[in-house]
Design a protein around this ligand. Structure first.
Ligand code: ADP
Length: 633
């Protein structure tokens, strides 16, 4: 039975073969036996021949390890529970060991299981970490996003960097002293204010002022826009407020600056639905926190807004934002000082006169002025010049006020029409004594469909005094109607264009304000609307009815219409007798593309044959006064 059975591949007898490759010898030299594996029957035969020294049986692996008399070893596959091998070994008196490899197996499986467990644990840990990161991000919503600037490191802004708002600076100087020497105030029992509200139009330097205080006092500066408090989830705003105050208290003394506080500080209970909403919760938290921090804790809250009228009154009561500092648009001297601050870091051509530029930029905020110099610097770099000159500033101003230049107009009919329209505005502003001064009139188009424009400069004194006369507003309406009037006079009533739509809007707005707010009409000295009436949208949305009767509303409309019509009639009356002058000016404008104010006045003076001061027509003489007119009341 044994001879024919073979479980392995048949191979030659073990032991050295005459032609065996040298590699085998090498193995033997190294003591690593490479005896060829005998077949099962050969093994039995070798056992009987006494060639085998001992056997080690591994039942679970179904193989036996054979050690020959010469010391070489092989593994031979056997049957499981192999009785033949056992008996043959017994007969040949070859020692046979049965290896218990259950232990090996146990160790191996233990190892494998351990490895699996480790893998599982690793995976689990990774999962937990990932989800905790997500959770952190979610829960981190509640953390404040305030940007903090450390004292020594950054707040490099000083009061000298803030120009043109001397009163505000003076008031805030006190806050610096509070921060630097609180004992001076506490010694005499004074309480350091907790909150200061900076009120003013955008870009007037409110943030800059807050930074300057932190810079001067050398304390950390936290800044955050109020809109950042409020997010998608209810309760986030409140927790952000808490977090902001926690951080601030840790770093006291410090400045916390909240920009656009009106985003959360609006009157509570306002808006659609009465609003117990996220914004209100945030505001409540803000109020609570302000009450919560101890007197003289060294945290001073500064907040900025340009809508103080919509703020909740609870924010303003003593102990909260009890100080209110107005930061207004700068006057001419202020603008000059701001320009000087921003010119410090830029090379200016000695020819440039900042005082002139301050006069040419009425109504500009600090941010606008800084932008003007920056645009001029960019143009200077583009032109590869070394210093900012007049022409760069001129172009920058035009770019800011009128937008980017567009390709010049080719179509001569359209160009001519625009020229008449613009000359209409320019001529009337030159003729009317109460009107603004003409800065320039140009046919160079601007991006956004502006074919040309006549730019005027308000009178410095009027602007700085903040007082606007009825004559001035009337003159502005007549100037605005100048374009439409020129089209009427030159091309006739059926050829007028929609180019005057912007002018008409302006006229309607001025007219409405004159009637409803300033008492400049036959309706008498009465205000029918308050300033910024749309503010009430947020407060009294549901009470949108005007505070006057339907009949008064009709009379207001009639007055506004009358003012507009009178303005147009005056403009037509001024232009009609000057048709040859208009034609001459249009020719000059088409040829030169731009005429500066003084050159324009010179042409007009020559035509009028007398100095403009006396030649300037009186709008009242062209048409009866508005008040005297009968408008079907
Ligand atoms: P606000 O907070 O009032 O909207 P910012 O303080 O942010 O205005 O002003 C924006 C930028 O305008 C400032 O960084 C600064 O360069 C410039 N600026 C504004 N006001 C002044 C000023 N009074 N003096 C100097 N620079 C100013």
């Amino acid at each position: 039975m044994s001879s024919g059975v073979s479980t392995g591949q048949s191979s030659p007898e073990p032991g050295p073969q005459p032609g065996a490759p040298a590699r085998l010898d090498l193995f033997r030299d190294l003591g690593l036996s490479r005896t060829p594996q005998p077949s099962y029957s050969q093994l039995l035969q070798q056992l009987r021949q006494g060639k085998v020294k001992d056997l080690v049986l591994s039942p679970s692996q179904r193989q036996v390890g054979v050690t020959y008399a010469d010391g070489s070893r092989v593994q031979v596959p056997v049957f499981s529970n192999d009785q033949v091998l056992l008996r043959t070994a017994q007969a040949a008196r070859v020692p046979l060991t049965v290896r218990d490899d259950r232990q090996d197996q146990a160790t191996a499986s233990l190892l494998a299981n351990g490895l699996l467990l480790l893998l599982l644990l690793g995976g689990l840990a990774l999962l937990i970490r990932r989800s905790s990161q997500v959770a952190n991000r979610t829960l981190g919503f509640g953390r404040s996003k305030a940007r903090m600037v450390q004292p020594e490191a950054a707040v490099a802004v000083r009061f000298e960097d803030v120009a043109g708002i001397a009163e505000a600076k003076e008031e805030l100087q006190e806050v610096v002293t509070f921060l630097k020497q609180p004992e001076r105030f506490t010694a005499v029992g004074a309480k350091i204010p907790k909150g200061v509200l900076l009120v003013g139009p955008p870009g007037t330097g409110k943030t800059l002022l807050a930074k300057a205080i932190a810079g001067e006092a050398g304390v950390p500066f936290f800044s955050m826009a109020a809109s950042e408090f409020v997010e998608l989830f209810v309760g986030v705003g409140a927790s952000r407020v808490r977090d902001l105050f926690r951080q601030a208290k840790e770093k006291a003394p410090c400045i916390v600056f909240i920009d656009e506080i009106d985003a959360v500080g609006r009157q509570r209970g306002a808006g659609i639905g009465g609003g117990n909403d996220e914004r209100e919760q945030t505001l409540n938290q803000l109020l609570t926190e302000m009450d919560g921090f101890a007197e003289n804790s060294g945290v001073i809250l500064l907040a900025a807004t340009n809508r103080p009228d919509v703020l909740d009154t609870a924010l303003m009561r003593p102990g909260r934002f009890d100080r209110r500092i107005t930061v207004d648009l700068p006057d001419r001297r202020g603008r000059e000082a701001i320009l000087a601050v921003h010119a410090r870091s830029r090379p200016l051509d000695p020819e440039v006169c900042l005082a002139d530029w301050a006069s040419r930029t009425p109504g500009f905020s600090g941010a606008d002025l800084s932008n003007l110099l920056n645009e001029a610097a960019i143009l200077t770099a583009r032109r590869e010049r070394d210093c900012i000159d007049e022409s760069a500033l001129n172009d920058a101003l035009e770019r800011i006020t009128m937008g980017l230049t567009a390709a010049p107009l080719q179509d001569s009919a359209k160009k001519r029409l625009i020229a008449y329209h613009e000359i209409g505005h320019a001529l009337i502003t030159t003729l009317l004594p109460a009107a603004d001064r003409l800065d320039k009139v140009t046919l160079l188009p601007r991006a956004g469909g502006v074919g040309g424009f006549a730019r005027t400069m308000p009178d410095e004194e009027v602007l700085d005094s903040g007082l606007i006369s009825k004559a001035y507003l009337q003159a502005r309406m007549v100037v605005a109607m100048g374009g439409r009037a020129a089209e009427l006079v030159v091309f006739g009533p059926s050829e007028i264009t929609q180019g005057a739509s912007g002018d008409l809007e302006l006229v309607s707005r001025i007219g409405r304000e004159m009637v409803t707010r300033y008492g400049f009409s036959r309706l008498g000295p009465q205000a029918f609307e308050a300033e910024g009436a749309e503010v009430f949208l947020g407060r009294d949305w549901l009470r949108s009815d005007p505070a006057y009767s339907q009949e008064t509303g009709n009379r207001i409309d009639a007055q506004v219409q009358h003012l507009a019509r009178t303005a147009l009639d005056q403009a037509v009356a001024l232009l009609t007798p000057r048709r040859p002058l208009i034609d001459a000016l249009v020719e000059a404008l088409i040829e030169q593309e731009t005429i500066e104010g003084p050159a324009f006045s010179a042409i007009v003076e020559r035509y009028e044959d007398q100095p403009l001061a006396s030649a300037k027509a009186d709008p009242a003489s062209a048409e009866p006064d508005v008040e005297a007119a009968q408008v079907g009341l």
